[in-house]
Each structure stands twice: as structure tokens, then as C-alpha cells.
Write a new protein. Structure first.
Length: 111
């Protein structure tokens, strides 16, 4: 699979602290669209992210970004709520582990 970005997956723990789960090569495709609703049109922007590593640890509710974020080393490097506020949240995860090794991937839909 051809990749065009490296994505970082961030998760919260039971104390609402943010930590980096992993960084993965991925094919990142932004989707811009509108959905008709009873009161007009609603913007439905999302990203489809294809990770060729079937063992990638991504769960629904994780934050995903194109930025490469390293594990915090010092107190000043801790990830805050302000850091993740502009990131996308994963809503659909599908592990496609069929076919040959080059076909296997994890698809993440994030909004």
C-alpha cells in the first residue's frame, strides 16, 4: 500500500491524561461533503485513514493527527486537552485482515 503521511494516535487513560499510542505510516484521504438535513445542509468532513499495519492499536474514540508527536519526555512535553482539541476523533475502525500481506490494512474513519 502506498502511504502519504505518518499519523499519530492519541488516547486518554482513566485519569483523563493523554498519551501517544503509536505512530503509523498511512494513506490519509480527506473527505469534504454536505448532508441534507431538515433545517438545511450540514457539513460532514471526515478523513479516511488506511494503515497497512494490521497490528496497529487504534480504537474508537482515539484522537488521530497528521502531526508526528513523540512521547512526552519532560513535564513541558505533556499532551494537553488544548493540543487534541483540533484533532480528529476516530469513529469507525475496520480491520481488514483478508488476502495477501499487501492487502491487509486497518481503515479508520475520523471526524
Amino acid at each position: 500500500m502506498i502511504t502519504n503521511h505518518i499519523c499519530t494516535v492519541i488516547r486518554t487513560d482513566e485519569n483523563d491524561n493523554y498519551f501517544v499510542v503509536g505512530r503509523y505510516h498511512c494513506m490519509w484521504q480527506d473527505k469534504e461533503g454536505y448532508q441534507a438535513t431538515s433545517f438545511g445542509a450540514e457539513r460532514t468532513s471526515e478523513a479516511h485513514i488506511y494503515i497497512p499495519d494490521i497490528s496497529a492499536d487504534v480504537q474508537e474514540g482515539d484522537f488521530v493527527t497528521k502531526k508526528e508527536i513523540a512521547e512526552p519526555i519532560a513535564e513541558a512535553d505533556i499532551i494537553t486537552e488544548a493540543d487534541v482539541s483540533g484533532m480528529l476523533s476516530s469513529v469507525i475502525i475496520s480491520r481488514n485482515d483478508y488476502g495477501s500481506k499487501s492487502m491487509q490494512h486497518v481503515k479508520v474513519v475520523a471526524r
